[in-house]
Each structure stands twice: as C-alpha cells, then as structure tokens.
Design a binder for this molecule. Structure first.
Ligand SMILES: [Zn+2]
Length: 449
C-alpha cells in the first residue's frame, strides 16, 4: 500500500460517516431546509479541508458554495452540485433515500452518485493530498451549485459575474465512472441544446373536414415546413446550419476509434434493424458524438384519439430539439431557423424558444484531459475509454470555454448500475475510495503536467 492508499484506509470509516451525514440532507429543489442545510455542510467541510470559502448568492435560487485551496501557478475548477432529484416513488426504495445504507459493499441513498459522491470525494481528496504530500501545488476551486437538477438557470450569469474568481486552467466536471464492461470512462465535452415550439394557426375553430377544399389546414402547413428542415438521408437542411459544424479533428477521431461500441447489441436492445442509412458502427459513433441533431420530440394537431373523426384542425404544434456542437449557439440556431422558414414563405409560423445551452468540447491535448488519462491509467490499471464528447447536453460551456479554459472533463465515482434519478441510487464503496486515489493522482499530474 502506498502513502495515499494508507491515508485513505486509515480514514475510511470517518469518510464514510461524513458521506452518510451529507446524504441525510433532503436537498431536493423546493426543500428549502434541505438545500440550506447542505450549503452550510459543504461550506464547513471545505473549510475543514483548508479552503477559503465564499457563499455566492444567486438571487432567487439556492446559493452556490465556492471554495479555494492550495497555491501554485495552475488552477483547477471542480464543478459539482449538492441538489438531488426527488426520491419518489418512495415505495420502490429498499431503504429510506435520505438514510444512507450500506448493503453488499454498496451505499444506497438519493445523491450517492448524483452528485454528493463526486462532491465529497473531491474535498476528501484535497485532504488526503495534503496529508500525503503537504500543501497542494495547484489552486483547486470548488464550485458546488444547488440547481443542476432544474437546469442550472443561474449558472451562465454567475459565471460571467464571477469570471475572475472562477476562471481556471482546466475544469473537472461531475459525472463519469465505470462503463458496463468495467472500463473507466472519461468524457471531454457535452453537447449544447436549443429547444423550440413551432405553431401554425388556421381557422378560429376546428372545422368540418368538408371545408378542406377552401380552408387552410395548419397540420399540412406544419408538415410542409418540417419537411424542409431535414432530407430523406436525415441530413439537417436548415439554411446555413451545417456550415457551423466543425469536422472532428484527427485527435478526436483517434480517441473515438478506440471507444468500444456495441452497435449490434444497441440495435437489438432498441428493436431496430439498422442505424439510419445503414451506417456501420464507426460511422454511427462518430455521428453520435460529433454531429448536431434536429429532432421532432412531439407533434400535436386535430383528432388523435382512437377511432375516426373527420375534422380540419385549427392549429398545429411541434416541439423540436437541436443538440448542438461548438459554434452552433442556441441564439444562432433560433436566427437560422427563423430565416430559413421566412425565406420559404413560412413567416406565419410562430417560434417559441426555450432556454438553451452552448456545447463544450475540449482540446484533446489540454493538460486537464491528458492528466486525467494518465491518472486513470495509473490508478485503475487499464487504458481509460475517452469520449471527446458526450451525446447528451449540459452547461459545461459556461465554466470552461466561456471562461477561456482549454478543456473540461467528466470523471466521477459512478458505474453502470448507479440508478441515477431512480429508486435505489447507489455507488460501490470500493469505487468511492479508489476514486479519491484517482483524484489525488489527477491533481498531481495536472499541477505538473
Ligand atoms: Zn448531476
């Protein structure tokens, strides 16, 4: 056992007890007592680990806990959150969600993986580092927010307001861990998102469909407009849209080619005979990770119940989401979509925009990426699986590229069966303590790499 491992082993019981204490706060959005209790607890725990702490108010949302510890030329920003998803349906939990319980080497509680595990492991890792080697040779900045589960509405304005405080040379994001095949997995980016509702209006009431020869049908009109957004090969055909999509770099492609991807199993699970356009696995994975999307999430118009009813609908509505890659901002997509529809005479279509997010993708050569790869190799004993980008979306951009950092990575305490957002959320305790070891190794390499 090396020095770091023995310090972790000596503190294992105390660290577990602290974790259980943290998990006892029902810090679900809307539970003011649970949220404020968690804020105070995180602030105290950061202070005990040697950090200077500031509580940043968000106005009408729960506070952000900011803490800084260590000294050195390089700075690392850790992003995690203390809020959790609601625990219901409660009946499906085998032990109470806010009484963290150990069974078969796993710790069960709401927030165990998402995201109190990441939060506390990082604070404890700072303590372990200092006990093993003395003062941290880098500045670690903790940003622990309380509204991730409700879309982080204050994150972007806060990142601007406190830009100087939060700016760092690299960002350690929440999430990540072991995949189904027990390979440690790192994600180096997240897609952005733009979400719209499109509406077409016709007559001021639903009409008898006998009037179809003379009265406009908003459902047809919406379908015709939607038909201009994509071609039959599933390419997005919004004017100017694809010009903003950077081709993946050689470095990104090299990492993507090393990702084990079980396309056949995925198709079998989903019950589909083929991917779009009968793409092979490699093409599918590249497209999944590096390309934007335009998805009809739902359509509504006229009569949609069982049986038949002849009616000419008075309105039609569609919900559309676009998963975005870097350079395609939600504002740009809104402008492109409006212009595209107007040029085709669809200027009567109303567009409602929802709050969006800009995508984030790391420079694969960034120190934060390379330090995480080296630390994972050293601690987990195998080559980590490195995703240049995650298929999903998150607000990483605000704290990474938005503040000038070359990269952010997701590296967490999770594994394939963490049951995030579901009953019996859990982590494996051995993973948790191993992750502290990883974090120490990562900080060391990030500081000197
Ligand atoms: Zn989370």
């Amino acid at each position: 056992m090396d020095r770091v491992q023995s310090i972790i082993a000596a503190n294992r019981e105390r660290y577990l007890a602290e974790f259980q204490e943290f998990l006892a706060f029902p810090s679900v959005s809307g539970d003011a007592a649970g949220l404020t209790g968690a804020v105070a607890w995180v602030a105290d725990r950061l202070r005990a680990a040697g950090a200077q702490v500031r509580v940043l108010p968000t106005g009408d949302g729960p506070d952000v806990v900011f803490g800084q510890v260590g000294a050195g030329p390089r700075s690392l920003l850790s992003y995690t959150h203390y809020d959790v998803q609601p625990a219901d349906p409660l009946a499906l939990w085998e032990s109470p969600p806010f009484e963290a319980t150990v069974r078969d080497g796993k710790l069960y509680a709401r927030g165990a993986s998402d995201d109190k595990g990441d939060t506390l492991a990082r604070i404890q890792a700072v303590e372990v580092y200092r006990a093993a080697y003395g003062e941290l040779p880098l500045r670690v900045k903790f940003f622990v927010e309380g509204e991730e589960e409700t879309g982080s509405p204050h994150l972007a304005p806060l990142a601007e307001q406190y830009a100087d405080l939060l700016r760092a040379d690299g960002v350690l994001w929440e999430g990540g861990g072991f995949d189904e095949a027990e390979r440690y997995t790192l994600y180096c980016g997240l897609k952005g998102i733009a979400y719209f509702e499109l509406r077409v209006r016709g007559a001021n009431r639903d009409l008898h469909s006998a009037y179809a020869p003379v009265a406009p049908n908003p459902a047809w009109r919406l379908v015709q407009a939607l038909n201009t957004l994509k071609d039959a090969q599933d390419n997005i055909t919004v004017d100017g849209f694809m010009e903003h999509v950077r081709p993946p770099t050689e470095a990104e492609l090299a990492y993507i080619r090393r990702i084990p991807f079980a396309g056949a199993q995925m198709k079998a699970n989903w019950g589909i005979p083929a991917f779009i356009d009968d793409m092979d696995d490699e093409a599918a994975l590249v497209r999944f990770l590096t390309q934007p999307t335009c998805t009809i999430c739902g359509l509504r118009s006229g009569f949609i119940d069982e049986g038949e009813k002849t009616v000419l609908p008075s309105n039609a509505m569609v919900k559309l989401d676009f998963r975005l890659v870097p350079d395609l901002t939600p504002e740009l997509v809104a402008d492109l979509l409006r212009g595209h529809l107007d040029r085709r005479g669809f200027d009567d279509i109303e567009i409602k925009s929802f709050v969006g997010m800009i995508g984030a993708r790391s420079d694969m050569a960034a120190t934060v990426v390379q330090a995480a790869i080296k630390a994972a190799r050293a601690v987990y004993g195998h080559e980590p699986v490195v995703y240049p980008n995650h298929g999903g979306s998150g607000p990483m951009y605000s704290l990474v590229q938005g503040l000038g950092a070359p990269g952010g990575i997701m590296a967490g305490v999770g594994y394939a069966d963490v049951r995030m957002h579901a009953p019996n959320e859990n982590i494996r305790l051995d993973d948790y303590f191993r992750h502290i070891e990883f974090l120490v190794a990562f900080m060391q390499r990030f500081a000197t790499g």
